[in-house]
Design a protein. Structure first.
Ligand SMILES: [Zn+2]
Length: 204
């Protein structure tokens, strides 16, 4: 059984044992048989009692150092863990079907179409990161993310060592350089966009 309140401005629901449930008067309670029923009504999990929050809390002692050492920004939203690694955005999602899989998504850094903010969160064009199906815990996924982004930065800068001896090679060099610059610019835009948002929310 999952519970929400008729008095909420936002569509948020809780697990029965969440501390926020106690604050909802009995007559104002909305009940859902299962997660799927709540989702159907357009509700999202409370950030305090979502399964992702629980998983994150459980793993926190193990991943605290990784987060600090790499300057990751990590935030739970609904059943999702939002991760920002120096301007590159990722998310880890707990699936709510029978598979109970933990899924990794990567936001496109090469093309940055229409950033939107949904309930205070930037939305990017995420794609499922293939080849990560066997990673079952947050720690391993964070390690994957860091390794992936380090490698990506390395490959992006590799244009510097490309040969420019023929016309064809010069063309390839220019293309690679353009791509690297575009990605670097997108990272900066993402960072600025977030700083700007944080600044505005602080003022409110
Ligand atoms: Zn809750």
């Amino acid at each position: 059984m999952y519970i929400s309140s008729m008095c909420y401005g936002r569509k948020v629901f809780h697990q029965q044992e969440c501390r926020f449930v106690k604050r909802i008067k009995k007559k104002n309670r909305l009940y859902f048989q299962d997660i799927a029923a709540a989702r159907k009504g357009g509700f999202r999990f409370c950030n305090c009692c979502s399964p992702m929050t629980r998983k994150y809390r459980k793993e926190r002692p193990k991943i605290k150092k990784i987060i600090e050492d790499n300057g990751l920004k990590v935030q739970v939203f609904d059943n999702t863990l939002l991760i920002n690694n120096n301007g590159v955005n990722w998310k880890i999602v707990l699936s709510e079907d029978k598979t109970k899989a933990i899924l990794l998504y990567h936001a496109n850094t090469e093309s940055n179409y229409g950033l939107k903010r949904v309930e205070g969160h930037l939305q990017f064009n995420y794609h499922y990161q293939r080849g990560t199906e066997n990673l079952k815990c947050i720690k391993h996924l964070l390690e994957y993310i860091i390794a992936h982004d380090d490698w990506r930065m390395g490959t992006l800068n590799s244009y510097r060592t490309m040969s420019r001896k023929s016309k064809k090679k010069r063309k390839a060099y220019k293309r690679a350089r353009r791509k690297a610059r575009r990605i670097a610019a997108t990272r900066v835009i993402n960072l600025l966009e977030e700083l700007d948002y944080e600044d505005r929310t602080r003022r409110i």
